[in-house]
Design a protein around this ligand. Sequence first.
Ligand SMILES: NC(=O)c1ccc[n+]([C@@H]2O[C@H](COP(=O)([O-])OP(=O)(O)OC[C@H]3O[C@@H](n4cnc5c(N)ncnc54)[C@H](OP(=O)(O)O)[C@@H]3O)[C@@H](O)[C@H]2O)c1
Length: 358
Amino acid sequence: MIKKKVAVIGATGIAGQQFLAALPNHPQFEIVALAASSRSAGKSYLEALREPSGAVGWWCDEDLDENYARMPVLDSLDFDAQSVDIVFTAVESDAAKELEPRFAQTTPVISTASAFRYESDVPILIPGVNNDHAQLLKQQSARGWKGFVTPIPNCTTTGLAMTLAPIHERFGIQSVVMTSMQAMSGAGRRGGVLGLDAVENVIPYIAGEEEKVQKETQKVLGVLNSNAIVAADFPVSATCTRVGVLDGHTEAVYVATEKPCSAEDAIAAMREFDGGLRGLASAPDPLIFVHDDPFRPQPRRDRNRNNGMTTVVGRVREETALGAHGVKYVLVSHNTKMGAARGAILVAEMLLRDGYID
Ligand SMILES: NC(=O)c1ccc[n+]([C@@H]2O[C@H](COP(=O)([O-])OP(=O)(O)OC[C@H]3O[C@@H](n4cnc5c(N)ncnc54)[C@H](OP(=O)(O)O)[C@@H]3O)[C@@H](O)[C@H]2O)c1
């Protein structure tokens, strides 16, 4: 099979680097172009990562592929998206707002940024959860684009929506309360969290995060009704905090359900959850792993299950403080893998399989 040519925009950042960690030897995709800001443009990828001190800022556990290290970094503003089959973007929202429509004029864009998430003709895809929302992409031809922009959710939304989906499907959801304990890598490399602020500490606020999680969870778990997504109407209340963990977001979730739902019912629903992804190279099996050890999940020990693609749950208990029926649990989801690069790659695999990408 001839591999699809892909570009990674924002390749030098925390999320961008994870694309380079995931794609060597991918059966369908081959990186042919890397781009970042004008700061990095014109350098080799390795030199773009080098700090003035000489330190190379490669943050992935996997070694940097030698071929990627030698590749030139392009200025994103000059990148010609027609030269590739798929563009993966991993830049902040302001840059995404400018770059992604340019690329989408000719080429499918799969984005980790929030710039287009709330537009009515744009789905927020989590493979396995809302595969059918991809139909919305066809509407983007009305923008005059040959391609499209399809973002993945905020990395805190991913684990929440993934675990709520099987509960919503079987028991209906009345309301959700969630408190996150988010990893430092979620704040990115530039302007991220200082170690001195985060170590031995909990920072009780992440600007803009709670609003994103609330709105995105409702959109992801909404219903595609003829040609629009009708957002789920249950309220979601989030408190998002930053903790001294490198990777992996932990979330404590409380769910009131419409129908009676015991802890055993919720566990069975999560364990049996089948997202229709079998055969896709990055799809984890299972999508959700449920521990019976009450001391799990823990970010350090659980974030890398199935290459960081499985959402790991534990401490599932009945909960009636919010309504007549419900459950509460703790989850861990890898923010830079399922919550960013590998999650975006899985979207590309699904869209290729389902005919949205030629
Ligand atoms: N970190 C996570 O866990 C995570 C998870 C899910 C989604 N995301 C999303 O992924 C995106 C990137 O986040 P990050 O954490 O990887 O940030 P980051 O580490 O700060 O990296 C930002 C990247 O964007 C590039 N860049 C900055 N300004 C640019 C411009 N004007 N034009 C083109 N490229 C530009 C940077 O290139 P230079 O090196 O040249 O400056 C770098 O490659 C954000 O939208 C974020 O919300 C992140």
